[in-house]
Design a protein around this ligand. Structure first.
Ligand code: PLP
Length: 389
């Protein structure tokens, strides 16, 4: 076990050691940690639905009717009427033929890429795609090529030298650590000119982006024909748990037949599907949440600009404050913690070397005063840290 200790010590020496703080309250902008209330900017509960009373009521009532555990995989009588109802509602909301539920976004990405691709195919990934897509690409055995972040010309250059019969391009819709948007229209145009298909993982966009909350494809005005594979997750704007893939009937049937992370795992609890159905209803009817979120995001962006903080090119709820070294990111995060504000430092290997940052995530349930409190704290801390160096 000595090599394990050495590996752990190495993380500590490089300021890359991670520890888990535990939450003693519901997920919220003001969570209780170690018996103390904090102001937090670190959940993906962008619309403030994770503790919503209507979603909780839907969950409880479903538990009373259909129990907790599904007790079987989907193909072994674990496919419940509640799952089917949610799949149909998602497909209708997103203007797609069909949808299928997965237990998590990580599993959805593994399931789709490994069932769609073989070793004769090519997979094109944005360099900053989420880890689950990177891992899924490896598992698929396809030839993987990574293009520069959001650089569709680089994509075109790589694709034009490719003789593979089937080419798939996959990108985050809204990038998870930088919060910027993929240039969907340009990516789709390049893919079309090269006879490649497109898949979007819109884990952070669905619910949040677009007037109707349909995500980055609504913003870009793209449909199922242009982007045949769409992945979304419920653990973020929906405030629940799990994920889905939406597309043609053939795509969904292919997943049922071939996707190992769909077939060989216990199906999600049906009560989660009922709670998620309620969340979908709120996403559609309570557009004020998206509007309020956008106001708060704009307030943060303008304040950060006035302070001269270096950010990413984001107009969404994920705002990066770029700090460079892991040491500096940890120092700023610790200083915020001392002031009762929680924002974890994001460091390699989650992000590339020398791009450590604070990942500020904003929710519709934050207030303007809380955004200002964060900006004031950042102004003081960053000035002090810069003077020390
Ligand atoms: C872009 C993206 N895809 C997939 C996932 C994984 O989703 P889940 O947390 O449901 O496994 C995440 C999140 O953590 C993500 O950011």
């Amino acid at each position: 076990m000595r090599h394990l200790r050495e590996k752990i010590e190495q993380r500590k020496k490089q300021s890359l050691y991670r520890h888990r703080r535990f939450l003693e309250s519901a997920q919220s902008t003001q969570p209780v940690i170690n018996g103390k209330s904090f102001l937090a900017f670190c959940s993906n509960d962008y619309l403030g639905l994770a503790n919503d009373h209507r979603i909780k009521a839907a969950f409880k009532s479903a538990v009373d009717r259909v129990g907790v555990g599904m007790g079987a995989s989907a193909l072994m009588l674990g496919y419940h009427a509640s799952h089917k109802k949610l799949e149909e509602a998602l497909a209708e909301f997103l203007g797609r033929s069909s949808a299928i539920l997965f237990s998590s976004g990580y599993m959805a990405n593994l399931g789709v890429l490994s069932s769609l691709l073989s070793r004769h195919d090519s997979l094109y990934q944005d360099r900053l795609n989420h880890a689950s897509l990177i891992d899924a690409g490896r598992l698929s055995r396809a030839k993987v090529k990574r293009y520069q972040h959001c650089d569709y010309q680089d994509l075109q250059r790589l694709m034009s030298a490719d003789q593979s019969e089937y080419k798939l391009l996959v990108t985050d819709g809204l990038f998870s650590m930088d919060g910027d948007l993929a240039p969907m229209a340009e990516l789709v145009a390049v893919a079309a000119s090269m006879s490649a298909e497109v898949m979007v993982d819109d884990a952070h966009g669905i619910g949040v982006l677009g007037k109707k909350g349909k995500g980055s494809l609504e913003l870009a005005g793209l449909d199922q024909q242009q982007v045949p594979v769409l992945v979304g997750t419920f653990g973020k704007a929906f405030g629940t748990f799990g994920a889905f893939v939406a597309g043609s009937d053939e795509l969904i049937e292919m997943i049922v037949q071939y996707s190992r992370s769909y077939i060989y795992t216990t199906a999600p609890p049906p009560a989660i599907a009922e709670a998620t159905l309620m969340a979908l209803n709120l996403i559609q009817t309570e557009s004020w949440r998206r509007e309020k979120l956008q106001l708060l995001v704009q307030r943060f962006i303008q304040g950060a600009k006035q302070l001269g903080l270096s950010g990413s090119n984001s107009v969404g709820p994920i705002q990066a404050v770029m700090l460079g070294s892991a040491e500096k990111a940890v120092e700023v995060s610790e200083a915020l913690w001392q002031l009762g504000i929680v924002i974890p430092a994001i460091r390699p290997p989650t992000v590339p070397e020398n791009s450590a940052r604070l990942r500020v995530s904003i929710s519709a349930t934050h207030t303007e005063q809380q955004i200002d409190r964060l900006l004031d704290a950042l102004a003081d801390i960053c000035k002090r840290v810069d003077n020390e160096t």
